[in-house]
Design a binder for this molecule. Structure first.
Ligand SMILES: [Zn+2]
Length: 447
């Protein structure tokens, strides 16, 4: 190995010029990029121009970073209305890849990407991989799903940093476990629940992953996990566990991740501008205070993703981090500003379950969702009130439950257990509940 190769291998940051950019310079770069991306979006996307006009703002109004607040919020509904390409800011001849959101609240939104966008995505994920301690010679097994939506950015990022990847995906858990052990996989990325599931399945075969594999790093995302989960993941898989954050609307993983200090996730802020706002007033909250994250892509060449309301509740701080990276940090996602639930990594709204149920004549208008952690996997039970339940034979009940489960699977993507009950047997809405305290949801998972 040459001297320069050794030096490259041992450096602390993947891109120290950007990762440790002095905060004033980082903000100046953000402003310059914000002005450019807003001007581009205004010029090239009629849908975005309409949003700006309705808000009475033109690109020239953006003179400081605080002026971002003059720009309209981008709501999920606006993304849907712009289907399929209303927010695209480049020609189709520049697009080299298309991904999509999960589409749990309607048709999935295609997320377009140019070569520049793909390079930036790989760069952001490469920084993350380096930050969690991976180096050439490591082997990363990606146990997130491939397809639409996708976590393939993790693979691109690792490869950009010279780290080998096993694109294993999910399912066929016996094979996944064999690959980890037999190939000498040193790192895994997946959802926390799937990570624990794999560890359990390995133990059932007498394989103790901390003892029998070379695993040492785990990158976990796509569903919120509590701090208490870190030790469980560490013990079950034999890894140093890191939290990672991404959204399908911004291609996916590679937006923010933990450094070894593990006090929040650094947001790659030369590419992304994040605000934290009060979800009611939409005014910014103070440093470190709880609020909803609002995201702007500062470098997207292909889409106007400007001030997108994530609905994710977290916090944001510019406090210096002992790791030396100057990029601000977001805290754990502690909830959603609407009533969405994350089940097995999929966002599920009670309204979606209702949409399925109301198609059944037998349904008596009230239902409840129970979410539990069983064998380290999320389990959804839909309890539905059924008219004249007593009049149904056992076979008829079973058939109805099966049809409902199939409907939910088709509509939502999650296969639930279904329990039928008599009318007026389930809890109903009472006054005085907060907007987010949903009477239809009984979330029994530890947090
Ligand atoms: Zn740090």
């Amino acid at each position: 190995m040459s001297a320069s190769r050794v030096a490259a291998h041992e450096r602390q940051y993947f891109d120290d010029a950007h990762e440790t950019l002095e905060p004033g310079a980082l903000r100046a770069l953000q402003l310059e990029r914000l002005q450019r991306v807003v001007a581009r979006a205004y010029e090239r996307s009629a849908a975005y121009r309409d949003l700006c006009r309705a808000a009475g703002v033109v690109p020239n109004h953006i003179c400081t970073l605080d002026d971002v607040r003059r720009l309209p919020f981008l709501e999920k509904a606006a993304l849907r209305d712009a289907y399929p390409a209303g927010l695209r800011t480049c020609g189709l001849d520049e697009i080299i890849e298309v991904h999509s959101t999960s589409g749990t609240t309607g048709k999935p939104t295609p997320i377009w990407a140019t070569r520049g966008d793909m390079d930036a995505w790989a760069e952001r994920n490469a920084r993350t991989m380096w930050m969690v301690g991976l180096r050439p010679g490591d082997l990363l097994q990606n146990c997130f799903g491939y397809g639409l939506p996708t976590s393939i950015g993790l693979q691109y990022g690792a490869q950009h940093a010279g780290i080998g990847v096993v694109p294993a995906g999910i399912g066929r858990h016996e094979l996944l476990i064999d690959l980890i052990v037999d190939l000498g996989v040193t790192a895994v990325c997946t959802t926390p629940s799937y990570g624990l599931f794999l560890a359990d399945k390995a133990l059932e075969r007498g394989i103790d992953l901390p003892r029998d594999s070379r695993l040492r790093v785990g990158v976990f995302g796509a569903e919120p996990w509590p701090e208490s989960g870190r030790e469980r993941l560490a013990a079950a898989l034999g890894v140093d566990a890191f939290n990672e954050y991404g959204m399908g609307e911004f291609l996916g993983p590679g937006m923010a991740a933990e450094c070894p200090v593990k006090r929040g996730m650094h947001v790659w802020s030369d590419h992304l501008l994040v605000e934290c706002v009060d979800p009611e007033t939409l005014e910014p909250v103070g440093d470190g205070e709880r609020g909803e994250l609002v995201w702007t892509s500062l470098t997207s060449e292909s889409m106007a993703m400007i001030r997108y309301r994530s609905r994710d509740i977290s916090s944001l701080t510019w406090e210096p981090c002992p790791c030396g990276r100057t990029h601000p940090r977001i805290g754990r996602i502690t909830g959603r500003s609407d009533d969405a639930l994350s089940i097995g990594g999929l966002i599920v709204f009670p309204s979606q379950i209702e949409e399925v149920l109301v198609r059944f004549d037998e349904f008596a208008n009230n239902f409840c969702m129970v979410v539990e952690l069983v064998d380290n996997l999320d389990r959804l039970t839909v309890q539905a009130e059924v008219r004249d339940l007593a009049g149904l034979t056992a076979e008829a009940r079973e058939a109805l439950a099966r049809r409902i489960a199939a409907g939910v699977k088709t509509g939502v993507g999650v296969t639930p257990r279904v329990e039928l009950s008599d009318p007026f047997s389930l809890p109903r809405m009472t006054s005085g509940q907060g907007k987010t305290a949903c009477h239809r949801v009984d979330d029994r998972r530890p947090c």
